[in-house]
Design a protein around this ligand. Structure first.
Ligand SMILES: C[S@@+](CC[C@H](N)C(=O)[O-])C[C@H]1O[C@@H](n2cnc3c(N)ncnc32)[C@H](O)[C@@H]1O
Length: 374
């Protein structure tokens, strides 16, 4: 019998205080430290005596300057280590803290998963083959990734609860309101069969179903610990969906099956060499006229400073495919995959937290919406 108690990590006062501190430290890095770093970079460039009224034009030129700027190094030191502390601090990192409650949480999660398997809502495939880019990378410093330990899904869910977009979902599912912002960009239409492409713990599926309870919704991911949690969270929310462990490159759905597929935080975690096959596969399972929509971090045009910092983030925060993602010609690969319409536009809802108070400082990050039609 599965318990009706919600699956919850019980935080201690020390844990909350530590994570509040990390949150504040992150906020300081993203706002004033970033602006200070930009101004220090400008001063350092001027001091190099090469300006002639110009600023660096390439990422390589920016890198030559920022290597001399301690504020930029502090910015990256904080990026690396605040994130590392979040997951791996020996006392209050999420992994360590959750492990102290594993005796309670793991059996509860496994009982729920067994219920999901019996009902057919959850389908796991222990023989699934992980692509190397998924198996070998500890993305954003999550030690061991999402698929090795039973509570990896919960660890990701806790790590993901960081605010950076405008507002939060009043119903508490979509912690950064990202999914709802993306759904606003959908062309009007009836989307009956829907695929969350890389669903993880299922926030996108639950958000979609809250507004479209009549839809038939599928969440696919490679990581079993995430899918088990997705089933458990769906059960708590009183929604029904189909969760399955599959590689998005080899889906077991029929041709022309879905009206819509959406994605959040996906493209920069995919090895570029796999993208053509991944997009051909989502094209195959969409109906003619079906929509593939999602968001991704992109370079700010004409700002080599921002571009240099974005590339560096890829290396410093264990997002090794991010620099390649920025340079990918998505219009071309989506068309080569067979899509007839490719629309790529600014996703300004994400810009709030990345817009400096000083208008002379470039935005720290820029995001685009990708709206692709079969
Ligand atoms: C950064 S997470 C994003 C998850 C979720 N969309 C969110 O908003 O938090 C990337 C997800 O993609 C999944 N993933 C990566 N490559 C995949 C593949 N080839 N097939 C299925 N899932 C994949 C990972 O397991 C992970 O859950």
């Amino acid at each position: 019998m599965a318990t009706n108690q919600p699956l919850r990590f019980d935080s201690t006062r020390e844990f909350r205080a530590f994570h509040d501190f990390l949150h504040a430290a992150r906020g300081y890095r993203l706002a004033s430290l970033y602006e200070d770093a930009y101004r220090a970079y400008q001063r350092a460039y001027a001091a190099m005596g090469r300006t002639n009224g110009k600023t660096p034009r390439t990422i390589a030129e920016v890198n030559e300057v920022i290597d001399r700027v301690p504020d930029v190094q502090l910015y990256f030191w904080m990026m690396r280590h605040v994130q590392r502390f979040k997951y791996s601090h020996a006392d209050w990192g999420i992994l360590e803290a959750i492990n102290t409650q594993a005796d309670r949480l793991v059996p509860q999660l496994e009982r729920l998963a067994e219920e999901g398997l019996r009902s057919g809502e959850l389908q796991l495939n222990p023989a699934v083959r992980y692509p190397d880019y998924f198996a070998l990378v500890d993305f954003h410093q999550h030690p061991g990734g999402l698929s090795r330990r039973p509570l990896d899904g919960m660890v990701y869910e806790m790590g993901r609860a960081v605010r950076f977009a405008r507002g939060t979902d009043p119903r508490g599912t979509d912690s950064n309101n990202l999914y709802r912002f993306i759904f606003r960009y959908l062309p009007p239409g009836r989307y009956h069969r829907v695929l969350d492409w890389g669903t993880s713990f299922g926030a996108g599926v639950r958000t979609w179903l809250q507004d479209h309870p009549e839809s038939e919704v599928y969440g696919v991911d490679l990581a079993a610990p995430c899918l088990k949690l997705a089933y458990a969270r769906g059960r708590e929310a009183g929604i029904k969906a189909q969760w399955s462990q599959q590689d998005l490159e080899h889906l077991d759905f029929a041709d022309d099956f879905f009206d819509l597929s959406f994605f959040v935080f996906m493209l920069h975690e995919l090895a570029p060499g796999h993208m053509p096959a991944l997009f051909r596969e989502v094209h195959r399972v969409l109906k003619p006229g079906g929509v593939f929509i999602g968001m991704e971090l992109v370079y700010l045009e004409d700002s080599p400073f921002q571009q240099a910092l974005q590339d560096a983030e890829g290396w410093i925060n264990n997002e090794p495919f991010m620099p390649a993602c920025f340079k990918t010609d998505f219009d071309k690969i989506f068309r080569q995959a067979g899509f007839s319409k490719v629309e790529i536009m600014r996703f300004d809802e994400m810009a709030d937290g990345a817009t400096p108070s000083d208008p002379g400082v470039p935005p720290r990050q820029t995001w685009n919406i990708f709206r692709i039609t079969k």
